[in-house]
Design a protein around this ligand. Structure first.
Ligand code: GUN
Length: 294
């Protein structure tokens, strides 16, 4: 069977174009240009790349963006003061603090300090809780990007068996919540993780597998049912001396052997990754329009 490749890059480009057109119309009508601020602490290579790409996406969407940088030795107090300032800045519609943060800073404390009405990452407990009970809210970027891809490719999820690999706060847990809800995935959801006994068997029975465990090439052909939909959230950097950067991104799925079994599959890179940033843009537009919160 011929599988269909889910092109996250093209989908994200199309959605950003739609956002840009809407922003142009808003500004032409005398409305406010959406403004996203990003806080970057230290010089982690992955975080640097993600934040740079977020700034580029803002330009593509016609948003204003502000990048605030701190060295890795920034104190928690200084970071909290920055969050407070952004909360109060009337021009800033939404902002993010790029994770992970250095170990001496309590991430949860920073997340809790963000005004939930500006929490375009959807990490604040108010947004997480509202999402869990199906109320309007900012949905975190990776799960929202995956939902958008499933919709864009008209992939049927209602009543299907969906296995999620991983239970992180930013992907696995919210993804499970969304996939089970009637208004989103409407699927039967199983969450597997490093301690799951029958992980392989659960996967073999899945119509949809969403792999977000951060273990390169973890999902192999013997785990996948013919005709399954496979979404790969993995982005592990593995050394590759043939690349200018010295590394390449490796997904959680052994693509070459799994793809021929699938009805749909996302590549790495070019699958979920570009959609994540696109979702952040969607949330920023919603923040600018005060769509969820006044
Ligand atoms: N680190 C990994 N993913 C994310 C994300 O979606 N938002 C932020 N702020 N940090 C991250």
């Amino acid at each position: 069977m011929e599988y269909q490749l889910i092109d996250g890059k093209a989908t994200a480009t199309a959605i950003k174009q739609e956002i840009a057109e809407e922003v142009e119309a808003i500004v032409a009508a005398g409305g406010k240009q959406p403004h996203l601020a990003a806080v970057l602490v230290g010089h982690d290579g992955g975080s640097e790349t993600y934040v740079k790409n977020k700034v580029i996406a803002c330009e593509q969407c016609g948003f204003k963006s502000t990048l605030i940088r701190f060295e890795a030795d920034v104190t928690e107090e200084e970071l909290l003061a920055c969050v407070d300032k952004l909360n109060k800045d009337e021009d800033v519609d939404g902002f993010i603090v790029q994770l992970p943060l250095p170990k001496h800073i309590d991430e949860q404390k920073i997340i809790m300090a963000v005004d939930y009405r500006k929490d375009v990452d959807g990490f604040h407990p108010i947004n997480v809780g509202r999402m869990a009970i199906g109320l309007p809210c900012f949905i975190s970027a990776t799960p929202l990007g995956i939902l958008t891809l499933l919709q864009h490719y008209h992939i049927e999820t209602s009543g299907k068996k969906c296995v999620i690999l991983g239970r992180s706060n930013i992907v696995g847990k919210p993804m499970a919540q969304l996939m089970m809800q009637k208004q989103y995935g409407d699927s039967t959801v199983t969450v597997c993780h490093s301690r799951s006994k029958d992980l392989k068997k659960e996967c073999q029975e899945a119509d949809i597998i969403i792999a977000a465990i951060g273990r390169p090439e973890f999902v192999t052909a013997d785990m996948v049912k013919p005709g399954a939909v496979v979404i790969d959230v993995g982005t592990t950097r593995v050394e590759d001396k043939t690349r200018k950067s010295g590394f390449r991104l490796c997904g959680d799925v052994k693509f070459d052997e799994v793809a021929p079994l699938c009805s749909f599959i996302t590549p790495v890179p070019g699958g979920v990754g570009p959609m994540t940033i696109c979702s952040l843009m969607k949330n920023t537009l919603a923040a600018g329009k005060k769509e969820y919160y006044k």
